[in-house]
Design a protein around this ligand. Structure first.
Ligand code: F3S
Length: 409
């Protein structure tokens, strides 16, 4: 692949050891994927932040990059860490883990990376605009950035996202190129995305993401779908859908007629997949293998809660007491606004706990709980895959009822 003089100088070590290592990583990736050139990025988002996933070897790599002078050249934020940085004791995190997690965050901070640990960076100050090239790693955020915003990113690994942050470049292949962004299959949604209730439909969009993701994966098609039949979708519903379709289908980009920006210029593919009501109901059923009586852990915020969701949660919990361990996961900036608005006080008075900077998947909680209640199809997947929890999948408002011990199911 062709490098500019500046990129070659980075590779030759003229900008220090860490930048050289970063450019080596990117050049190797570019060669593997036959990229013709590097593209400048405006933003990076790094995953693999929890010490539980990184371990000592990952931490050593980060520390070495920091000691060797690595400095972020573009706006860079982090995916959730393994704990709430300010409130880890209340969540039962061990002091040893907290110490190691703090070392990880210090290494990132030393490189000028903003230690906002969230999977919804687009809600917390890391918001690219249409057409910008970026290098993000969190699968749900990658799907959101490509599809909803129209920015361009492959799903980076932790090291390649860090390398993009330290150089300001990423190899131009995959989702950065126009031909790769064209849809290859039309997905017609015939199922009703309403369950008679008036609350948020995040769970239904999560279930839909599972159905579409699994059908795309089973079809063997390159998974860029053109989705028809969704009349309207909120920000929260779309973030839930992105998390789910990325988890179950490996989807990094979709076009949704009338909703996403590139759907207006995309050609509608002739290959068709239909999603029926029984498909959706089967997905919902498959996400439930536990019972309400077994639930000992409740969590909302996968992906991290928006301010509107925190507001709703506060109104649902006002004056009430939860009877189950209930984690509310969101970003630090959103929590700070929640503090100012009085939502935090209401939520914490109910006994629910904020688990900021982290989530119920990346925190080290294996063995502590048995059954999780959530509105997130992605959380259900990892609750089982990572922690071997059973799951109870339900609408947002009903999850709150579950925490209050009042669920009807
Ligand atoms: Fe975010 Fe954790 Fe879910 S990183 S998308 S809350 S699994």
């Amino acid at each position: 692949m062709k490098l500019t003089n500046e990129q070659q100088a980075m590779l030759d070590g003229k900008h220090g050891k860490a930048t050289r290592k970063a450019m080596e990583i990117l050049a190797a990736l570019g060669t593997i994927y036959a990229a013709e050139r590097m593209l400048p990025v405006t933003s990076a988002q790094i995953a693999g932040v929890s010490y539980e996933n990184l371990g000592e070897a990952g931490l050593e790599f980060l520390s070495e990059m920091a000691e060797n002078g690595g400095k972020a050249r573009v706006l860079t934020t982090l995916n959730p860490a393994g704990m709430d940085i300010e409130n880890w004791q209340a969540l039962g995190i061990s002091p040893d883990f907290a110490e190691n997690q703090t070392r990880v965050l210090s290494a990132f901070a030393a490189m000028g990376i903003i230690t906002t640990c969230t999977c919804t960076p687009y809600l917390s100050g890391n918001l690219p605009h249409f057409g910008e090239h970026i290098a993000w790693a969190e699968s749900s955020a990658v799907c959101f950035a490509n599809s909803i915003i129209g920015a361009r990113t492959n799903r980076e690994g932790g090291p390649s996202a860090l390398a993009a942050a330290l150089t300001g470049f990423t190899p131009g292949y995959g989702m950065h190129l126009d031909p790769e962004r064209q849809p290859v299959v039309t997905v017609q949604v015939k199922a009703r995305l309403a369950d008679g209730g008036s609350g948020p439909r995040t769970h239904l969009f999560g279930a839909l993401g599972r159905v579409i993701g699994e059908k795309l994966a089973a079809s063997g098609l390159r998974p860029v779908p053109f989705i028809q039949g969704i009349e309207q979708a909120s920000l929260e519903e779309l973030k839930s859908f992105c998390a789910s379709v990325a988890t179950y289908g490996g989807t990094a980009l979709f076009h949704m007629e009338g909703v996403t920006p590139e759907s207006t210029s995309a050609a509608v593919p002739s290959a068709i997949i239909q999603i029926t009501q029984p498909d959706l109901e089967a997905a919902i059923q498959a996400l439930n293998d536990g019972t309400s009586a077994e639930v000992d852990f409740v969590s909302l915020g996968c992906p991290h809660l928006s301010l509107a969701e925190i507001d709703r949660l506060a109104s649902l919990l006002e004056g009430k007491q939860v009877v189950k361990e209930f984690w509310i996961t969101t970003s630090r900036p959103n929590k700070q606004v929640a503090d100012r608005m009085g939502y935090t006080q209401v939520i914490e008075a109910s006994g629910a706990k904020f688990a900021v900077d982290t989530c119920c998947v990346v925190a080290p909680i294996k063995g502590r709980f048995h059954t999780l209640a959530t509105d997130s199809a992605k959380a259900c997947y990892y609750a089982y895959a990572k922690n071997k929890f059973k799951t109870v999948f339900m609408p947002f408002d009903q999850v709150v009822e579950e925490a209050l011990g009042r669920s009807a199911t």
